[in-house]
Each structure stands twice: as C-alpha cells, then as structure tokens.
Design a protein around this ligand. Structure first.
Ligand code: NAD
Ligand code: DAU
Length: 339
C-alpha cells in the first residue's frame, strides 16, 4: 500500500450532482478536518439544494465551468486535491446530442489535468465501468482493471477518452493521479431521468414505469454511499497512476429491479410498459473489485439491495419538492423519443 495522503482542502467538481453531492456529504460527515470547494456549473443535473445545510465553514460552492481555464487559475491554487465528478452523465442524452459530452467530459477533463499539472495538485478521476463496453448475459466474466476499453455510446466513449488523458498526463507529466471506474449507483439525489428514480416517481405520479427492450439488460448496482467511501479510500491510500474498479457484487437485470420497485410500492408486478430500446444498449456490466478490496482493504457496507431500494423509495416520497421541478420536462423528452 502507498503512503497515506491526508488532504485538508479539496475541490470536488460536480459536487451538486447525484454522486458528487453524496461524496460531499460523506466527507463532511466522516472527515472533520477537510474543507470542500464544490465547483459546479449547475446544468440541468446540478442542484445546490443537494448540499444545502452543510456547514458554511466546511463547504463552499463556486458556480462555474470546468472548461474555464481562467476560473481554474483562480480557484485551484491553495487546494491539495481535485476529485473530479463533473460530467454529462446520461447515455440517452448523449445519443440525442453528443456535443456537450465531448465538451465537458473530454475538454473539461483536459482543463482540470492542466490545472493539476500547473499547480501540482493531486487528482482523482471518477469514471465508469461503461468504458469496458458490455458482456454477454451468459458470460461468467466480469470487468477487471485489465479488461480492454471498448465503449459503446457517445457518453461512455467520452468517459473513456477522459480516462486516457489522465493516464497520459500521469505518465508524461508525472501528475499525481488515480482513476476509479464504478458500476451503476443508486440512492438519494439521483436525477429523475435515471432508471430507478424515473420508475419510482412515475409510480408516485400514477404513470406506468417504462422498460427498455426486453428488460434483460444487467446492471451491477452499488449504493452511492459505498461509492463515496471507495473514492475516499483510493484518494488517500491508492497508488499513483493506478486504476481501481469499484463494485459491490450487485448484478441484477432491469426487469427484476423494476418488479422489486413495483412490489415495494404496492403495485402489481406487471404494471409497466415495454418501450423502444436504447440504440446500442449495453447488455451487461459486472465488476470484479478484488484489487480495491485486497490492496486497499475497502468493503461495501450497503449490500442489501432490497432495503437500500426501500430507503431510496422513501427518500423520493419524502422529497417530492426536490424532484418535482424536473419531472414533467424529463418525461416530455422521453415521450418524444418513444421511451
Ligand atoms: P450527474 O449528472 O447527476 O451530475 C453531474 C454534475 O456535474 C452536475 O452537478 C452538473 O451541474 C455538473 N456539471 C456538468 N457539466 C459541468 C461543467 N462543464 N462544469 C462544472 N460542472 C458541470 O452525474 P452523476 O450520476 O452524479 O455522475 C457523476 C460522475 O460519476 C460522472 O463523472 C459519471 O461519469 C460518474 N459515474 C456515474 C455513475 C452512475 O451510476 N451515475 C457510475 C459510475 C461513474
Ligand atoms: O454503469 C455506470 C453508469 O450507470 C454511469 O456511468 C452512468 O452515468 C449512469 O447513468 C448509468 O448508466 P446506465 O445507462 O446504465 O443508467 P440508466 O439509469 O440510464 O439505465 C439503467 C438501465 O435501465 C439501462 O439498461 C437502461 C434501462 N432503462 C433506463 C431508463 C431511464 C429502462 O429500461 N427504462 C428507463 O426508463
């Protein structure tokens, strides 16, 4: 194991989004000596409410774009690490309009790497298992750090490109970087465009949930709190230049997840609509996180999916004011796509 890195003043990009804001809560709750500067553009996916109420002496929000080099020159000096979550994150959006994905995910990462190089700041890059493409349903294999990159969508190819930039900046310029590739997250503060929140909020609204294709696509679910603890572990204990896969052995097909939501919300298990499949829809993701567990001693804590799902459903029931403003527009966009 590498020497422990003890950051005290970090930048979290995308800290008003789903996973970034959960990470900010995790840091505030578990690492009292650390100050967080959130850098977030507040796109449709960013909501300052996600970090509202956190102590002002621990968390500062800077509204701005990671592509803005002058802004980075102003805010990066004085920090000891950048944890980079900001991204365009939704596959369906990337199919409809790929340009912002290249801009934010590729150019934005390039700008942050240049700032990390200029100011000698440690850098952790948050990425996705989707860079590895997909696996067949009947293939016993899971992704490892050695699996070749084979991204399928504009979103996953932009994330794969950003990972490659990080590897090159580490090797060529020696920036102090680590990378993590995580599977599908669920939990509070996830935008209603994503699978689980979309179906929960549809049921609350009396709309039938929508299942793409044949519903057999498999995702490897992890609670976002476990993702946060893994990222903190890699930031502080990971070896520089290394990639760590993050997963919690949560493989499930979409129809099983949807039926679990319907059951938990008191609905018949067949009360949903089959809709048009996503073009290029990845069949199955599955993570082997042995390296992270063995080398850095990380373990997921929230492995009971059914109870995590129930808590997530309760969160959406209790936070209608949070998701309501985005719901109608999101569904209108899906309706146009036949989904
Ligand atoms: P999200 O869409 O919920 O949040 C993205 C955040 O980034 C928003 O707050 C948005 O305002 C901000 N942002 C977007 N463009 C920006 C820009 N140019 N400058 C500054 N801020 C900008 O995304 P998420 O689901 O929380 O994903 C966060 C990260 O985790 C992404 O890098 C994603 O690839 C990765 N990831 C997500 C999952 C998942 O299941 N959601 C799994 C593995 C990895
Ligand atoms: O694997 C990690 C990735 O997980 C992250 O990198 C992405 O940022 C994140 O969005 C997520 O990508 P997916 O495309 O897997 O997530 P999404 O929630 O969009 O869809 C999950 C599965 O559910 C997928 O197989 C498509 C399907 N789906 C989705 C929606 C929105 C449906 O069947 N119906 C739906 O309405």
């Amino acid at each position: 194991m590498a020497e422990t890195f003890e950051p005290t003043n970090i930048i979290v990009t995308g800290g008003c989004g789903f996973i970034g804001s959960n990470f900010v809560h995790h840091v505030v709750n578990n690492h009292p000596g650390v100050h967080v500067t959130v850098l977030d553009k507040l796109t449709y996916a960013g909501n300052p409410e996600n970090i509202a109420g956190l102590p002002a002496d621990r968390v500062e929000l800077v509204v701005g774009d990671i592509c803005d080099a002058e802004l980075l020159d102003r805010i990066v000096p004085g920090h000891d690490a950048i944890v980079h979550y900001a991204a365009e994150s939704h596959n369906d959006n990337s199919i409809a309009d790929p340009e912002p994905f290249v801009q934010t995910n590729v150019v934005g990462t390039f700008r942050l790497l240049e700032a990390a190089r200029k100011y000698d700041v440690r850098y952790h890059h948050v990425s996705t298992d989707e860079v590895y493409g997909d696996l067949a349903l009947d293939d016993p294999a899971r992704f490892t750090e050695e699996t070749p990159y084979r991204p399928s969508s504009p979103y996953s190819s932009s994330k794969a490109s950003s990972d490659m930039l990080v590897r090159a900046w580490h090797r060529t310029y020696g920036i102090r970087a680590t990378i993590s590739n995580c599977s599908n997250n669920y939990g509070p503060y996830q935008h209603v465009e994503k699978f689980i929140p979309r179906q929960i909020t549809n049921i609350i609204d009396g709309i039938r949930p929508k299942l793409y294709g044949d519903g057999k696509n498999v995702r490897d679910w992890i609670h976002t709190e476990d993702h946060s603890s893994a990222v903190w572990t890699i930031l502080t204990k990971g070896r520089l230049g290394e990639t760590y896969l993050i997963g919690a052995d949560g493989e499930k097909d979409n129809i099983s997840v949807l039926r679990a939501i319907l059951r938990a919300m008191g609905q018949p298990e067949d009360a949903f609509d089959w809709v048009r499949d996503r073009p290029g829809h990845d069949r199955r993701y599955a993570i082997d996180s042995t390296k992270l567990r063995r080398e850095l001693g990380w373990q997921p804590q929230h492995t009971d999916f059914e109870s995590g799902l129930e808590a997530t459903i309760a969160w959406y029931r209790d936070h209608e004011a949070w998701w309501r403003p985005a719901k109608a527009e999101t569904e209108a966009k899906y309706a146009k796509q036949g989904q």
